[in-house]
Design a protein around this ligand. Structure first.
Ligand SMILES: [Zn+2]
Length: 761
């Protein structure tokens, strides 16, 4: 069986959720219209189309015998589309929504998710109650499986794109299937409710701001413990997330029984933020690498809604590229899902460049009107984007990312453990005043991504098993406060450093095992040359760099503020490169350093540097032939929110000590920090991508690139063991100036705006 996914470099998704009251669904979509659209797709360069078979209301878009048709469906949307695409030689991908359904309550109310209060909640994004179906119920076997078989035996469908699976299982459900299943598997009762983080409350102030009355309420704690380490809750979350693997295995089995060569994916499985465990229920817990789950390719819709797509695509792409599997992102023509605006081609080109630079393909997303028609103008924009991306995809479909610097994103650390300093761990506010609140566990990886992207380095983001397999290919490994780690990972990192590798570890990394138990803060001590004594009580600290590190970081003589927890360590064999200064002593009422005695100094919870150095902030240990740097705070999570240049350069200085620029696979000079670099390779050549980025000014999250300026005078320094025969820029097809000495290639980058694509052959 061949996996054709990687060979189709341009794909299209047609989003088509239709509410039950909508009439005339697909009314214009007879076979003639389907053929007309297929020709438009073909002309736009699209080689595969994903179209709706079963939407998030649970309606079928073909005359189904096994399911419930959309009440307003006029034409056989699935049949006409399948026929027309096949006639044009376009691959057929069926979109199928799994666990939301607005009509199953009439026939099988017992299959619905039951909230702890006994109500049936809506499925994600839905405005209808009683529409979330529980993955513990027989819904998949008794309702969905016959639909999948019917589709595959009726129509020439070559792939399934499943949705609504991965992110539906996080709901705490008290249905009878969950009660019995959880008890049977773990011996435990279901958690009574979702844990609530302990916070202190202050009275809310009501005031008028910008013409509206607002409430400034304060919930806060100096700890970022989410209060969810209770063994019953942890066991439930592992048990529930394990259902992702179970329902996917069953879905794959059903589909492949009907058509062995059908390719399967599930939306956003493979992202480090949606991990899937195995084991549990008395067996050791193991978190699966995406390539172990059984999917044929990885695909991600463009979330967060209206987010910064080039940044998200880069972060997820640098992770999924490590799996060796084909992976894609939806490049949406609208500004966010569920609307019909049209973006400019340049905006979509920046997204496309960010994706292609990681070795992915182009996957557009459009949304037809209810009657099935599409807007021709959309395909003019797609053609324009394709004119840009085609020269890249022609080259890049076979390339693989080249390892150099690794960031470790341990699967369980994305969903368990302390939340991370984020912004303002000291104080979380609701209302118009205050920063963004506590943040997410994934902030550390996103913050590390920003810090490294702005540093012009080649880096990839690995899960634990994949990193262990690829450790010998890494020159530097960064562990950005990954609190839960497998013993095997720490052992592998120990051997890696002793063998000459470089390691940077931050914060409370490895304080827990992969099942969020067996707390042991000392697991990295022998590698780091420190003795961990615990956590400092304060929610804010200041890093004072040694002169040498400060000069490397190019920061003034000024302490670098760090939000959040810090590890309290004592250097044993390590050298101290920076001191950690605590907040003013007076911030602790009665001199007692605990939650109850912390007093806020400023409204937002910051406090000036105090009188005491409380321990080392940065240490460096020679371990075997390698070195290990430890940072007692975690600079990465708050960097995700604040993007502070001082923190950026602090991280760069640490990397310089661990793995100097001169030794790296690639470095860039004379280019703005917004330009992102990526290095890919195939049998014939090495490729360097330079991706531009210039969002319009904005207040809020909706990011659009426009007028990306032309960059001139940049250079790329690439380690290349042999003297190359040629170096050219692929968009222009022109050779570029270069020189090569002793395994180092210096390339003069020609003028470019959104993307330069250098081929070294
Ligand atoms: Zn349930």
């Amino acid at each position: 069986m061949t996996n054709w996914w990687r060979d189709v470099s341009c794909k299209l998704h047609l989003d088509y959720h239709e509410p039950h009251w909508m009439t005339g669904v697909a009314a214009s979509f007879d076979l003639a219209e389907a053929r007309r659209q297929a020709r438009i797709f073909k002309e736009a360069g699209i080689g595969a189309v994903s179209y709706f078979t079963h939407d998030h209301h649970g309606f079928a878009f073909w005359p189904s015998k096994a399911g419930v048709n959309h009440p307003g469906l006029v034409n056989d949307y699935v049949g006409n589309m399948t026929t027309a695409l096949a006639e044009e030689g376009i691959r057929r991908i069926a979109y199928f929504q799994l666990f939301t359904n607005i009509h199953i309550k009439q026939t099988h109310p017992e299959w619905l998710v039951v909230a702890p209060d006994g109500t049936n909640p809506p499925g994600a994004w839905m405005m209808y109650g009683a529409s979330a179906v529980c993955a513990s119920s027989p819904y998949l076997d008794e309702y969905i499986a016959p639909l999948l078989t019917e589709l595959l035996t009726t129509y020439d469908i070559e792939s399934f794109w499943f949705d609504g699976g991965a992110w539906m299982v996080d709901t705490l459900c008290h249905c009878n299937y969950c009660k019995e299943g959880f008890k049977r598997d773990t011996g435990l009762d279901l958690p009574a409710s979702v844990p609530v983080r302990k916070r202190r409350h202050a009275p809310a102030a009501v005031f008028e701001s910008r013409g509206k009355v607002d409430e400034f309420a304060i919930d806060w704690s100096i700890s970022d413990d989410a209060g969810d380490s209770d063994p019953q809750w942890v066991a439930w979350r592992i048990w529930r997330r394990k259902q992702i693997g179970t329902f996917l295995a069953r879905t794959i089995e059903v589909c492949k029984a009907a058509r062995p060569d059908v390719l399967i994916t599930d939306n956003s499985i493979g992202r480090s933020s949606t991990p899937v465990p195995a084991g549990g229920n008395g067996e050791p817990v193991r978190w699966l690498a995406p390539q172990e789950i059984g999917l044929d390719y990885l695909c991600n819709d463009a979330l967060p809604w209206g987010g910064d797509f080039p940044v998200t695509f880069s972060a997820v792409g640098r992770n999924e590229a490590t799996t060796g599997m084909p992976f894609d992102f939806h490049n949406i023509r609208f500004h966010k899902w569920g609307e019909w605006q049209l973006r400019d081609a340049e905006d979509m080109i920046v997204d496309s460049a960010a994706t292609l630079a990681q070795g992915s393909s182009t996957y557009f997303a459009d949304q037809p009107y209810p009657d099935g028609r599409i807007e021709p103008a959309v395909y003019e924009v797609i053609k324009e984007v394709n004119a840009f991306s085609r020269p890249i995809t022609d080259q890049s479909v076979t390339t693989q990312a080249v390892p150099d610097i690794a960031v470790l994103a341990s699967a369980p650390s994305q969903i368990f453990g302390p939340i991370g300093s984020g912004v303002n761990a000291a104080r979380n506010t609701r209302g118009a005043v205050g920063l963004q609140g506590l943040g997410e566990r994934t902030d550390r990886i996103d913050g590390a991504h920003l810090a490294l992207t702005h540093s012009g380095v080649q880096f990839l983001i690995y899960d634990e098993p994949t990193l262990r397999q690829n450790l010998s290919r890494q020159k530097l490994v960064i562990v950005p406060e990954q609190c839960l780690l497998e013993e095997a990972t720490i052992d592998a990192l120990d051997a890696y450093v002793r063998d000459g590798g470089a390691l940077i570890v931050t914060g409370r990394s490895g304080w827990w095992d992969q099942a969020y138990s067996n707390e042991n803060a000392k697991r990295f001590d022998h590698i780091l040359g420190v003795e961990t004594l615990g956590a400092h009580p304060s929610p804010i600290h200041y890093v004072e760099l040694s002169d040498e590190l400060r000069e490397l970081a190019r920061v003034p003589v000024h302490p670098i503020m760090q939000w959040g927890a810090a590890a309290n360590v004592r250097a044993t064999s390590a050298e101290v490169l920076a001191d950690l200064r605590g907040p003013l002593r007076a911030v602790w009422r009665d001199g007692i350093q605990d939650e109850d005695h912390w007093q806020h100094y400023t409204t937002l919870g910051a406090c000036p540097p105090g009188e005491d150095i409380v321990g080392p902030a940065v240490t460096l240990n020679r371990h075997g032939k390698g070195l290990a740097i430890f940072v007692a705070t975690d600079p990465f999570a708050s960097h995700m929110h604040e993007n502070r240049p001082h923190v950026q350069r602090f991280v760069q200085a640490l990397m310089e000590r661990a793995y100097p620029t001169a030794e790296r696979l690639v470095s860039i000079a004379g280019l703005p920090p917004q330009v992102e670099v990526s290095v890919q390779r195939d049998e014939a050549a090495t490729y360097v991508h330079l991706v531009g980025y210039a969002p319009l000014k904005r207040l809020g999250a909706m990011v659009h690139n426009a007028g990306v300026p032309t960059t001139t005078g940049g250079s790329v320094r690439l380690r290349h063991p042999t003297r190359p025969a040629s170096v050219d820029e692929i968009h222009t097809g022109k050779p570029v100036d270069w020189s090569w000495t002793d395994g180092v290639l210096d390339i003069s980058v020609p003028a470019f705006s959104t993307h330069a694509f250098l081929r070294v052959a």
